[in-house]
Ligand binder design. Structure first.
Ligand SMILES: [Zn+2]
Length: 173
């Protein structure tokens, strides 16, 4: 089941504290306007974080009928800027006919873990594809393949536990 948020405020609270460095995650551009690119133009929209109402920032924009009938999905990534090792992405579904953010879902979650030998493990839970991608960058390996598993954890709040499970499941034991 893909996690759905009732509004942006809830989506921004999905992970308050970084599961890796345990610092508070500061949301970048929380109240900033979002730039969208439907059709061939770009617009800035303001989203009410509680009501999901959207408002176009240019007053002289005349939205064509095609535009009004279109829907658009964009991704927004929320990242821990303390360590840059954790992020999650939400999908914003725009419904321009209703001037509404009609749906907000958790798209994916990513973590990068480095051990004392400087080996790096990357775990990405892709909720919309129901899969976990696992990549290992060893000291002596320059390029690494992504190993795909069916989604193996509901979240990445305990990344080291997830990593241990992935190690057991994969050839890196
Ligand atoms: Zn962090």
């Amino acid at each position: 089941m893909i996690k759905e948020f009732k509004n942006l405020e809830e989506a921004y609270k999905y992970c308050d504290i970084c599961p890796l460095c345990h610092n508070k995650i500061i949301i970048d551009g929380k109240d900033e306007k979002i730039t969208i690119f439907p059709l061939d133009k770009f617009y800035k929209v303001e989203i009410n974080n509680i009501t999901n109402k959207i408002k176009f920032c240019l007053t002289n924009v005349t939205l064509g009928i095609n535009f009004k009938n279109s829907n658009l999905i964009i991704g927004k990534t929320i990242c821990c800027y303390s360590c840059n090792m954790y992020d999650y992405m939400i999908q914003l579904h725009f419904n321009f006919r209703k001037d509404l953010l009609s749906k907000i879902v958790l798209n994916s979650e990513f973590v990068s873990i480095e051990n004392s030998k400087k080996d790096v493990y990357e775990i990405s839970n892709k909720y919309t594809f129901n899969e976990t991608n696992f990549t290992y960058f060893g000291n002596n390996i320059r390029f690494s393949d992504v190993i795909k598993f069916p989604l193996i954890s509901e979240n990445l709040f305990h990344p080291h536990e997830t990593l241990e499970r992935l190690k057991k499941l994969s050839i890196f034991q």
